[in-house]
Design a protein around this ligand. Structure first.
Ligand code: PPS
Ligand code: ADP
Length: 222
């Protein structure tokens, strides 16, 4: 039993009413994969295409969310060490778990607002992604969580290395780096499996849009 006496409050405007206004359904399109696999690039193309179609979409992106909702302990230093340690997030497994849990809660709110919510996080642990899936689908509908595995071999991501992070990780300057000193647990049955080393971001984005159309999320606008 929740001893905090916090009670869920029903909304006056329903999700269905918001979706009717939008002329499309809400959902979460959850991009996952190694750093540098192309999550942000593909998600941004999808976002742009959805915007062109007149959809209400929004992209929650790893780097940006870690500057705002989920800052590192160092970013919270001005609040004092105890606070920063308690609420700041790094990349240890329990930090990533909390990062993904909070993002999942935000994504679930966006879906209930009838929005197509795109997320681009490494989200390396299956259990964390599955927890978001069950939160989103239990509060919403069975097809509300679309897991998109952006698949590029580690060698390809490392060769791309746009932020120079792999180089630093190889030099031992970044602990817990996914693919180098931390694991990546590939999705076992994602809704979509994108081959990012073989196809362009535009082609991959078209695969996402085709899927959204196939399951009836954007029929009325595409
Ligand atoms: N240790 C470690 N491992 C992986 N990635 C790291 C790490 N440290 C910093 N970065 C940078 O932070 C981005 C990943 O943040 P996420 O919030 O997506 O990570 S996670 O979902 O909590 O695993 C990730 O962004 P992308 O490159 O866009 O994936 C990196 O730029
Ligand atoms: N399908 C693709 N083919 C070739 N290069 C790509 C592709 N997708 C992304 N890139 C390039 O790979 C790098 C990493 O992409 P990014 O979207 O930042 O990855 P992530 O968000 O997964 O870290 C960028 O330089 C980007 O231009």
């Amino acid at each position: 039993m929740d001893k905090t006496h916090v009670v869920w409050h029903a909304h006056n405007v329903s999700r269905e009413e918001r979706e009717a206004l939008n002329h499309h359904a809400g959902c979460v399109v959850w991009f996952t994969g190694l750093s540098g696999c192309g999550k942000s690039t593909v998600a941004n193309v999808v976002d742009r295409e959805l915007h062109k179609l007149g959809a209400r979409s929004f992209l929650l992106d790893g780097d940006n969310v870690r500057h705002s909702l989920n800052p590192s302990p160092a970013m919270l230093a001005s609040y004092g060490e105890t606070f920063a340690k308690r609420f700041g997030l790094g990349f240890a497994p329990e930090d990533r778990q909390e990062n993904i849990r909070r993002i999942g809660a935000v994504a679930e709110l966006f879906v209930s607002a009838g929005m197509i919510t795109l997320t681009a996080f490494v989200s390396p642990y299956r259990a964390d992604r599955n927890l978001v899936r069950s939160l989103v689908t239990s509060r919403g509908r069975a097809d509300d969580f679309i897991e998109v595995f952006v698949d590029a071999p580690l060698e390809v991501c490392e060769a791309r290395d746009p932020k120079g992070l792999y180089k630093k990780a190889r030099a031992g300057e970044i602990p817990h780096f996914t693919g180098i000193s931390d694991p990546y647990e590939a999705p076992e049955s994602p809704e979509l499996h994108l081959q990012s080393a073989e196809k362009s971001p535009e082609v991959l984005a078209a695969e996402v849009l085709a899927y959204l159309k196939k399951i009836g999320k954007i029929n009325a606008i595409s």
